[in-house]
Design a protein around this ligand. Structure first.
Ligand SMILES: *[C@@H]1O[C@H](CO)[C@@H](O)[C@H](O)[C@H]1NC(C)=O
Ligand SMILES: *[C@@H]1O[C@H](CO)[C@@H](O)[C@H](O)[C@H]1NC(C)=O
Ligand SMILES: *[C@@H]1O[C@H](CO)[C@@H](O)[C@H](O)[C@H]1NC(C)=O
Ligand SMILES: *[C@@H]1O[C@H](CO)[C@@H](O)[C@H](O)[C@H]1NC(C)=O
Ligand SMILES: *[C@@H]1O[C@H](CO)[C@@H](O)[C@H](O)[C@H]1NC(C)=O
Length: 400
């Protein structure tokens, strides 16, 4: 009885206003200027990206009086740009960078709630969901970066990616010419992922032949037309339940396990309803299968379509490698042993060992789970502030 009354009270009183707001609305709710932009890709997807053109006290970055440096944030798998807005302004990366003096842009990829519009395809068309992170890299990401540079009249930008937001930049820079590499003045990768040394997650126990068979089904349009997500009524119920002080530590533990090993949780339990309302977002079946391949192959490649289709698409029987040693843009990585999605061993063996001169520095953090990079309460001090400091030094040395 006590529990039920408590639950009712919680549902009525303990909601956080941002639960029902989208990204731009939340930015305004927090009294920051918000802009929505729609960026069309060459293959017809129209993604909404958001901008916070300046912070609350309109402060410039020292040494940058005539322009405001751009900070472009790209979200991870099953997330959207909202992941950078989840906490209080003093803790959420989008606001922290805006207040530090950046012109902040929040990217979104196709398939998320901000990426379900297309010039000709409807979302109930299987062709709409025929994409993987390679398309995010070479279509969504490139279009958005070019758009932002054109809008602001600048030649380069600073980029922070989280999780798949790092993967898409690895994939892009692996194939980019030197002129394009220069558009990325620095690339900061949080929880960077380009494969895994060992298969821990249960879906990775699928045999490679089964995965290849599934991929053929999807390519033939027999399977995988609907987006992959968790049904919303379930999430709503979960968000309500997790607003209850008596049980939200369970939700917190579940999220930690979902995003990393439970340890020294950095989550603000009060924010759980907000987090759960905006996470997880959706993606395509084919993208998940590309991810499974990436983990199995222990490296980044184009989607392996099977020998016949590979020959047709790539002119060779094997899916081509995306060689990260080609990366020239200055790259700084932040990772942690306690991030079970991509731990320190994965980062060292798969990324650090293969990166060339682009790699400038890396930080192995104590006790960060995969989602802590975006929503952890220590992320400001241990990740965002050091990034700002690195950029300030770069600007002092090389000009704005
Ligand atoms: C999709 O994009 C077009 C072109 O920008 C726009 O006119 C239309 O309103 C958008 N539809 C939705 C549902 O956002
Ligand atoms: C998906 O795209 C691939 C090539 O990019 C094509 O071969 C395949 O037929 C497409 N499948 C569907 C269902 O649109
Ligand atoms: C957690 O979030 C609530 C409001 O959503 C806020 O009042 C509180 O200060 C936050 N706690 C911490 C430790 O940041
Ligand atoms: C990646 O590229 C580097 C040179 O940029 C080359 O030395 C290396 O052999 C390539 N690795 C693979 C696996 O192709
Ligand atoms: C590299 O990062 C570490 C933190 O992990 C920092 O202490 C060090 O100063 C950085 N080095 C350079 C050259 O920026």
């Amino acid at each position: 009885m006590k529990f039920i009354i408590c639950l009712i009270i919680t549902v009525v009183f303990a909601t956080e206003p941002e639960e029902s707001l989208d990204a731009a609305e939340s930015i305004e709710y927090n009294l920051y200027p918000a802009e929505k932009h729609y960026v069309q890709t060459p293959d017809g997807y129209i993604n909404q990206i958001q901008r916070i053109p300046f912070g609350r006290d309109n402060r410039p970055i020292q040494g940058c009086n005539s322009k405001r440096p751009i900070m472009f944030l790209q979200h991870g798998l099953f997330a959207s740009s909202y992941e950078f807005l989840m906490n209080l302004p003093s803790q959420s990366p989008a606001y922290v960078f805006a207040d530090a003096g950046f012109d902040v842009w929040l990217g979104n990829v196709r398939g998320t709630e901000y990426g379900r519009n297309h010039t000709t395809l409807k979302t109930n068309d299987r062709r709409f969901w025929n994409f993987t992170f390679y398309d995010h890299a070479h279509s969504d990401l490139v279009s958005q970066i070019e758009y932002v540079l054109e809008k602001t009249g600048q030649e380069s930008l600073f980029y922070v990616g989280h999780s798949q937001g790092t993967t898409v930049m690895f994939a892009r820079l692996a194939e980019a010419e030197p002129a394009w590499q220069k558009k990325i003045r620095a690339f900061f990768g949080l929880g960077p992922s380009a494969g895994s040394v060992k298969a821990t997650a249960s879906f990775l126990l699928l045999e490679i032949e089964d995965i290849q068979r599934l991929i053929q089904f999807v390519l033939d349009g027999k399977f995988g037309i609907i987006p992959i997500t968790i049904p919303h009524p379930l999430i709503d119920r979960l968000a309500e339940a997790c607003g209850n002080a008596e049980i939200n530590h369970i939700c917190s533990a579940a999220l930690d396990i979902g995003g990393g090993r439970e340890k020294l949780s950095q989550l603000n339990d009060t924010r759980l309803p907000v987090i759960l309302k905006h996470f997880p977002s959706t993606t395509s079946t084919l993208n998940l299968l590309h991810w499974v391949q990436t983990f199995k192959y222990h490296e980044l490649r184009h989607l392996d379509l099977g020998p016949e289709r590979n020959l047709e698409a790539y002119g060779q029987k094997e899916a081509p490698r995306l060689n990260i040693s080609n990366i020239e843009a200055p790259t700084y990585l932040f990772f942690s042993h306690d991030d079970i999605i991509t731990d320190d061993v994965d980062v060292r063996e798969i990324i650090l060992k293969h990166m060339g001169p682009g790699l400038r520095n890396y930080t192995n953090l104590d006790h960060f789970t995969h989602i802590d990079f975006a929503v952890g309460l220590r992320a400001n001090d241990e990740v965002y502030r050091p990034i700002i400091q690195t950029i300030r030094e770069d600007i002092q040395k090389n000009g704005c």
